[in-house]
Design a protein around this ligand. Structure first.
Ligand SMILES: Cc1cc2nc3c(=O)[nH]c(=O)nc-3n(C[C@H](O)[C@H](O)[C@H](O)COP(=O)(O)OP(=O)(O)OC[C@H]3O[C@@H](n4cnc5c(N)ncnc54)[C@H](O)[C@@H]3O)c2cc1C
Length: 361
């Protein structure tokens, strides 16, 4: 017997859930979004997948990361094959430049733990940094951590490919369709309502609406998702930074320098909280990350900024990110939201958990 599922929100989380569930012929899936794809957090993301290099070593946080990095290794080629679309991604890993005052013991321990867990992580000394990454300012060539198995992926291309692949598997997408409310009174089904249109009923509703999740879920559960603004920019250089054949993502002082093709790099992102309830991008926050990036790679001062953008990360208030749960009196409303700074990274594990939750309790 087939199961009907309505997914609200088509950022990376809703799109990944739709694609992964679409591989079961038993699911009839509809996805609703109030906008066109990639207009919210996902469209602003840098797509850096900090899994193996993260300090998480056990429990849910590590398992989510490990599972997602593993799935990405097959997901990207699978989607490219299925859709014929190109998904730009960088498999040369992530290099994190450590500040001089950093306690190296915790990184040495992490390298040992990852080796035990059969993942690769290396500590580089200054000679290795200078040889591998001549673009780094000598002042910062103390120690670095290199994670060769972490990735970076273009979030917009990835989301578009997920949508195209899910469509091929029969999922129906409804863009520019704002869902106004969810009703979960019937023990066997849920209703969603949208302005001036008949109520839409399904066996399950999955809320993956990022910042829109709070108001949709309010009648069912108090899940407060707060915006945290991020600004980033794309810079074009006269030639690639350092060795053109080795272009990993470079991270220092929380600033990512992300090769994005040709001589272009994305640099970001700021982390800005609302001030007195008002969320406005701060020019000085952007200036600060520009300065940090130039300090690390002085050649960035020679580039031309060709694009600047901002986005709002969905961050749960008073609880850890992300929120993946069952709500509603009938427990048929599932929520997958609040992925804050790691939504692209955690999308595959989120989709698997949601898929496991599609059973009656
Ligand atoms: C500048 C920046 C850089 C980032 N870099 C990274 C990174 O390097 N790596 C990483 O892993 N993460 C990164 N992130 C975080 C990542 O972007 C988010 O965690 C992720 O995109 C969240 O995805 P989502 O699908 O939950 O939300 P969104 O992408 O916000 O999608 C939610 C969707 O729900 C729709 N919606 C909302 N309410 C309704 C409604 N009532 N009815 C219908 N539709 C509705 C919206 O229109 C939207 O399309 C970054 C974020 C920013 C802003």
């Amino acid at each position: 017997m087939s199961t009907s599922i309505n997914i609200i929100g088509c950022g990376i989380i809703g799109a990944t859930i739709a694609y992964e569930l679409s591989q079961s012929s038993e699911c009839q899936i509809n996805v609703y979004d109030s906008q066109q794809p990639n207009q919210a957090a996902t469209g602003a993301a840098l797509g850096v997948l900090m899994g193996i290099i993260s300090q998480k070593v056990k429990g849910r946080a590590w398992n989510f990361r490990k599972e997602s990095i593993t799935r990405y290794q097959s997901l990207i080629p699978e989607l490219e094959k299925l859709t014929g679309l190109n998904i730009p991604y960088n498999s040369q890993g992530i290099v994190k430049i450590l500040p001089p005052e950093e306690d190296l013991t915790k990184w040495e321990q992490l390298v040992a733990t990852r080796t035990e867990q059969e993942w690769q992580l290396e500590l580089w000394n200054s000679r290795k940094i200078t040889t591998k990454l001549p673009q780094i300012n000598r002042q910062f060539t103390g120690t670095a951590v290199y994670s060769p198995q972490d990735l970076q992926v273009d979030p917009v291309a990835l989301t578009n490919a997920l949508i195209a692949a899910a469509k091929k598997n029969g999922v129906k997408f409804h863009f520019d369709r704002l869902i106004e409310s969810i009703t979960a009174d019937n023990p066997l089904s849920c209703d969603i309502s949208t302005l001036n249109l008949p109520i839409i009923t399904s066996d399950w509703v999955i809320v993956a609406a990022g910042l829109g999740s709070t108001s949709l879920l309010a009648p069912h559960a108090p899940i407060e998702i707060q915006p945290v603004l991020g600004q980033a920019y794309q810079i074009r250089l006269p030639k690639p930074l350092g060795n053109p054949d080795f272009q990993p993502v470079i991270i220092s002082d929380d600033v990512n320098i992300v090769p994005c093709g040709g001589n272009d790099y994305w640099v970001g992102a700021t982390v800005e909280f609302p001030v007195d309830g008002v969320m406005v991008a701060q020019p000085e926050a952007l200036a600060k990350i520009k300065q940090i990036a130039i300090n690390i790679c002085p050649m960035l001062a020679t580039g031309e900024i060709i694009r600047t953008w901002q986005g709002l990360r969905p961050r749960p208030n008073h609880r850890p990110a992300p929120v993946i749960d069952r709500v509603g009196t009938n427990k048929r409303v599932l929520v997958a939201t609040g992925h804050y700074r790691n939504g692209i990274l955690l999308a595959p594990a989120t989709a698997r958990i949601i898929s496991d939750m599609l059973v009656v309790v």
